[in-house]
Write a new protein. Sequence first.
Lengths: 115, 113
Amino acid sequence: AQKVTQAQTEISVVEKEDVTLDCVYETRDTTYYLFWYKQPPSGELVFLIRRNSFDEQNEISGRYSWNFQKSTSSFNFTITASQVVDSAVYFCALSEAGGTYKYIFGTGTRLKVLA
Amino acid sequence: NAGVMQNPRHLVRRRGQEARLRCSPMKGHSHVYWYRQLPEEGLKFMVYLQKENIIDESGMPKERFSAEFPKEGPSILRIQQVVRGDSAAYFCASSSQQGTEAFFGQGTRLTVV
């Protein structure tokens, strides 16, 4: 069965600190996709990144970076020099490729960045 | 290029009434997905539709819930005889094809009183 675990329920950091959000997944598929979404207090879901299972290169986008390690089934997300606007709930998700397409979401990590 | 549009944003229904939630996918997208987010929880898949077809409804409750995506017009998630436990945020997402990222709407927050 597929499963996504975000063990950190809530994290608080002070502005400008770096923070890493953990995501561990389980799947029997050899081909799959991993995602991160941000849900700010306004409630919408904002797409951040999609990674396929064959691409283990780390990704950097501005202050955001992602570390995908198949050996440990992890897809961690790091925010460098956090800002108050980064305060949100962050969801990691997994989907199988081909066939029925649906996301398995983790329970989310609430990040609070304090000024 | 407008994103996924959901309406209404907020919906209040009394127990026993019907709730209709609408979702217009992004232009050019023919795959629609509905998810439910209960308070303080992650999103749970409900149903996956393509135009005029339900592809996967494995996450839909067996009773009172139905979904459609007609040839013309938005996708509709319908909840009959709502109960308090239906109170949640319902998100719609769309994609251009399978295997690509889905873009989510802003959600409809249903409150059953």
